[in-house]
Design a binder for this molecule. Structure first.
Ligand SMILES: C[S@@+](CC[C@H](N)C(=O)[O-])C[C@H]1O[C@@H](n2cnc3c(N)ncnc32)[C@H](O)[C@@H]1O
Length: 191
């Protein structure tokens, strides 16, 4: 995913699912200096929707996004504690790059994907974690198969200047350019 990020050179970046801020730090490090990174997530002890299996992933408030400035790029990061199911992503539009890694059940991935898609700039990138997860309650693939997202750039191409297409990708392997901030081992046995 970070190779794609470097290539895309996005200015407005979103992460859903902040946790401790490992990937937030990488998004800030590997994006252009003028980029901004919005990262949104839940914290332990506050009401949130989602599957019970994922509840342990919510960090204590004191740890939320704690590592976002690991590479000295914390000034690029805007952290928000919120439940993505109720969040209006249009306030962050236009987004050039979005990493969807919050609640992984069908309802949330569908909701996050559709709302972020609407906030995506032409040519923007959408990336999901755990697309091919074998875990039953991780339903990213099913959500994307239902979402029916179209590559909107092709709907009304300008004859002389084709509109860039949104680009979609999965981030299932955590393969990243060196040296990224190491990510913690997950609870789901896929890392
Ligand atoms: C797999 S972790 C994210 C890991 C992080 N993106 C990284 O790569 O370092 C998933 C995170 O999503 C958050 N989360 C779960 N349900 C959410 C919801 N409904 N809205 C926003 N965040 C949610 C949890 O707090 C958890 O920290």
């Amino acid at each position: 995913m970070l190779a794609l990020l470097v290539h895309a050179r996005p200015r407005r970046i979103l992460e859903i699912g902040t946790a401790l801020g490992h990937m937030t730090a990488n998004l800030a490090e590997w994006s252009p200096d003028e980029a901004v990174v919005f990262s949104l997530g839940t914290v332990a002890g506050e009401p949130a929707t989602g599957s019970p299996q994922q509840a342990p992933e919510a960090p204590p408030r004191a740890d939320f996004g704690r590592l976002a400035g690991h590479f000295g790029k914390g000034h690029k990061v805007f952290l928000t504690t919120a439940d993505s199911l109720h969040y209006d992503f249009s306030r962050l539009a236009p987004l050039d790059f979005a990493f969807i890694d919050g609640a992984h059940d069908l309802q949330h991935v569908l909701s996050d994907s559709r709302k972020v898609y609407e906030a995506l700039a032409p040519g923007g990138c959408l990336v999901w974690h755990d697309f091919n997860s074998p875990i039953a309650w991780v339903q990213v693939r099913q959500a994307l198969e239902q979402a029916g997202l179209k590559e909107r750039g092709w709907e009304k191409p300008t004859p002389s200047l084709p509109t860039p297409r949104p680009r979609f990708g999965g981030e299932g392997s955590r393969n990243t350019p060196s040296p990224p901030l190491p990510l913690p081992r997950g609870e789901r046995g896929e890392e």
